[in-house]
Design a protein around this ligand. Structure first.
Ligand SMILES: [Mg+2]
Length: 333
C-alpha cells in the first residue's frame, strides 16, 4: 500500500519555546505505532543530531537523527562536487563551529572558517578591526592565508558582519583570494574584479527570527541582502546565489527524497504541518504537498484570508494534535 506521510515544522508547532505543545508527544507516538512515515523540517542551523537531542529534552521522545532535515541538509548533495577539491571552502557562521560542521557533516576536510582565516591575514584586510587584530604566524596560518577558495558557504548567522562581508566580497571578486599579496598578483595579471568568480551557498533564507527580544532579530536572510547589495554596488552585477532552507524547492525535494527512502510514500499525500505561511506553507504548496497551518506559534496571529495565494494553507487546525488526528482519520478511512 502507498502510504501518506507527515512533515513537521518544529518551533511553533511541536514546541513553544522549550515547552511541548500539549498532546504533541502523544500524537508523534501514535504516528509511530501506525507506521506513518514522518520527518522534521526546520530552518535551524544546528546539526540534525543537536536538534534531535534538543527535541528529546522538550518532548521526551527519542527520535532518529535521520528524520531531521535542517536548513543546510541539502548541502549533502550541493557540496558533494567540492569533496576532494584541493581548493578549500570559506565558511561564514559561528566561528570554528560552522566550519567544523561543514568538515564533519559534509565531508569537506579543508573547509576554513572566516574567523580563523582573518586571524591568518594581515591587519589591513579589514581596517576597522585592525586595532584588535593580531596576525597568527606559522606554516598553517600561511597556508590558510594563501588559500584560493573554491566557494563560500553561509552555514549560520555571521558572528562578525564587518569581517565576513569584506572577506566574502574579496573571495567573490578576486577569484577566491583573500590575501592582499595574492589579490595584488591577480589584479596585476589582469584579473577582472567586476565579476563573480566563485559560487556562494546560503543555508537559511529567513530575514528575521522571533526570539525572546520584543522585536524580531536579523538573521541569515538579512546578511544575504547585505552581501547582494554591496556586491552589486561594487561590481554593477547581480550576485548569483544558491539558497536552501524553507521555502526553497531544493529543501522540499530533499525532504521528499528522504521520505521516499523511508518507505513507499504517496507524494500527493505528504502533509506539511507548520505555523509560518511564508516558509512552511509556501514551500509545501510549491512542492504539491497538503499544506496545514496550525494556530500556534506565528500561526496564532495569521489572517489567512489576507495571505497571497502561494502562502494560503489547504487546511487550518487549532494545534498539531487536531492536524495529526485528521491525517490518521484519512488514513484509516
Ligand atoms: Mg515554526
Amino acid at each position: 500500500m502507498v502510504a501518506p506521510a507527515v512533515v513537521f515544522d518544529i518551533d511553533g508547532v511541536l514546541r513553544l519555546g522549550e515547552r511541548a505543545v500539549e498532546g504533541a508527544p502523544k500524537m508523534i507516538e501514535r504516528l509511530r505505532q501506525l507506521e506513518i512515515p514522518h520527518l522534521f523540517l526546520s530552518n535551524t542551523s544546528s546539526s540534525p543530531q543537536k536538534v534531535s537531542d534538543n527535541l528529546k529534552t522538550s518532548l521526551g521522545i527519542d527520535m532518529d537523527r535521520n528524520q531531521f532535515v535542517v536548513s543546510h541538509s541539502p548541502f549533502a548533495e550541493l557540496l558533494a562536487p567540492f569533496q576532494g577539491s584541493t581548493d578549500p571552502l570559506l565558511v561564514v557562521g559561528i566561528d570554528k563551529q560552522s566550519a567544523a560542521d561543514v568538515r564533519n557533516l559534509y565531508n569537506i576536510p579543508n573547509a576554513i572558517g572566516a574567523g580563523e582565516l582573518f586571524e591568518a591575514l594581515p591587519s589591513d584586510s579589514v581596517p576597522s578591526l585592525a586595532p584588535k587584530h593580531c596576525q597568527r604566524s606559522g606554516p598553517v596560518a600561511e597556508s590558510m592565508a594563501s588559500s584560493r577558495f573554491a566557494g563560500i558557504v553561509v552555514m549560520a548567522d555571521s558572528d562578525n558582519w564587518t569581517r565576513d562581508i569584506q572577506l566574502v566580497l574579496d573571495a567573490l571578486r578576486f577569484g577566491g583570494r583573500c590575501s592582499p599579496a595574492q589579490i595584488k598578483t591577480w589584479l596585476d595579471a589582469g584579473g577582472d574584479d567586476k565579476q563573480q568568480h566563485i559560487p556562494i551557498f546560503f543555508a537559511n533564507p529567513d530575514f528575521v527570527y522571533g526570539a525572546a527580544h520584543p522585536s524580531p532579530r536579523l538573521t541569515q536572510g538579512a546578511f544575504r541582502a547585505a552581501v547582494e547589495t554591496l556586491f552589486e554596488r561594487a561590481t554593477g552585477k547581480h550576485l548569483d546565489v544558491t539558497q536552501v532552507g524553507k521555502p526553497s524547492a531544493i529543501s522540499y525535494r530533499y525532504a521528499a527524497t528522504l521520505l521516499g527512502t523511508q518507505s513507499s510514500v504517496d507524494h500527493d499525500k505528504v502533509y506539511m504541518i507548520g505555523d509560518n505561511p511564508e516558509s512552511d506553507i509556501r514551500g509545501a504548496n510549491g512542492a504539491g504537498w497538503v499544506s496545514c497551518l496550525v494556530r500556534t506559534g506565528i500561526g496564532a496571529r495569521v489572517d489567512v484570508d489576507a495571505l497571497p495565494v502561494e502562502d494560503r494553507p489547504r487546511l487550518v487546525f487549532p494545534t498539531v494534535v487536531e492536524a495529526v488526528q485528521h491525517i490518521i482519520d484519512e488514513v484509516s478511512r
